[in-house]
Design a protein around this ligand. Structure first.
Ligand code: SF4
Length: 260
């Protein structure tokens, strides 16, 4: 991961640096460089400049399919409008886009509307990323209760696939994903309950963040038999999702970065 952010950074002034970072990433063997705009979004000129600087695509964050919920999470009025404009500009510039939606307790019930918007703007794929309660993010106030929120996320993933998107989930315990386990993309390992040591999915599971375990214990988790391990992570779809949602990326923001 290559990440460059800065409060005083303007994109016009940064493009030379971004071009150098892109070239360095490629020289180091990275196949793609993606830019992830912040809450202020990107103008059509910004998108064109990034493309000219060698950026291969955008990773756009969208908390909801309407302004009130998105702007609340983004901590910035007008952020939804900016994100929508960014997505339109990328489509016009033919710059590939994926969209990530952090899953919080506040957007769980409006998640179902997101795939339609993501498909409408011509994005290649959509990823739901479970927000962790504990460090390093420390989002205890908005982190979702997994047994409540993950089923909504899975329903939304199915809707996304019906709309023609590749759809993934990150940061969720594999035992909560049921038959959609192969939509999980690799996430940093967190904490594990005592029962996880016997679970057949332990090697590929991100677990649960330690703060969540401390607050809610492990009652939602269901260790799998060792024979179930092969169900996770295999197959062409899983490979395509890993390719789409992993790899080096730059975060470009002219203002404060995402609070969640
Ligand atoms: S029981 Fe533990 S290791 Fe197994 S899938 Fe659930 S969280 Fe992961």
């Amino acid at each position: 991961m290559l990440r460059g952010t800065g409060g005083a950074l303007t994109l016009a002034g940064a493009c030379e640096a971004i071009a150098a970072w892109s070239a360095a990433a490629r020289a180091a063997g990275f196949a793609r460089v993606l830019a992830a705009p912040g809450p202020a979004g990107l103008t059509a000129e910004d998108v064109a400049a990034l493309k000219a600087a060698g950026v291969d695509g955008l990773r756009v964050r969208l908390y909801a399919a309407e302004a009130a919920a998105h702007d609340w999470h983004a901590g910035r009025e007008g952020s939804f409008r900016a994100a929508s404009a960014t997505l339109r500009a990328a489509r016009t510039a033919r710059l590939p886009v994926t969209v990530t939606t952090p899953l919080t307790r506040s957007n769980t019930r409006v998640l179902a509307a997101v795939p339609g918007l993501v498909a409408d703007v011509g994005a290649l794929g959509w990823q739901v990323s479970v927000v962790a309660a504990g460090r390093p993010q420390g989002h205890g106030a908005v982190a979702p209760r997994l047994a409540v929120a993950v089923p909504y996320a899975l329903q939304a993933l199915v809707a996304a696939e019906r709309a023609g998107l590749l759809a993934a989930i990150a940061g969720a315990p594999l035992c909560l994903l049921g038959p959609l386990r192969d939509r999980a993309v690799p996430s940093p390992a967190q904490a594990f309950a005592a029962g996880c040591s016997e679970c057949g999915l332990r090697a590929s599971c991100p677990g649960v963040d330690a703060e969540y375990l401390r607050r809610f214990d492990a009652g939602e988790l269901a260790p799998a038999r060792s024979g179930e391990a092969s169900a996770a992570g295999g197959g062409l779809r899983a490979q395509r999702l890993r390719d789409m949602f992993s790899g080096p990326w730059l975060e470009v923001s002219e203002a404060a970065c995402w609070p969640i």
